[in-house]
Design a protein around this ligand. Structure first.
Ligand SMILES: [Zn+2]
Length: 73
């Protein structure tokens, strides 16, 4: 078995509008309704309480969930 990180398919795609990580089979983003996603993302941020999270404010996240820290390459 070879572990090649380049060919690894991430279990989630990231919404390009709000960064929410959603399963590949989801047709639309459950958070913002966008249909534009990217497989190229890195870092995962789990926001539990956007009201109290400085990181959530920094990233412009208003709803709890799992988000990509960085989109694109
Ligand atoms: Zn979204």
């Amino acid at each position: 078995m070879l572990a090649v990180s380049r060919g690894y398919r991430k279990p989630f795609k990231a919404c390009t509008k709000c960064r929410l990580l959603v399963p590949h089979e989801a047709p639309t983003c459950p958070s913002c309704g966008s249909t534009t996603f990217t497989d190229v993302w890195s870092g995962v941020v789990i926001i539990v309480d956007p009201e109290k999270s400085k990181l959530a404010k920094m990233l412009g996240i208003e709803k709890p969930g799992r988000y990509a820290l960085k989109l694109g390459l």
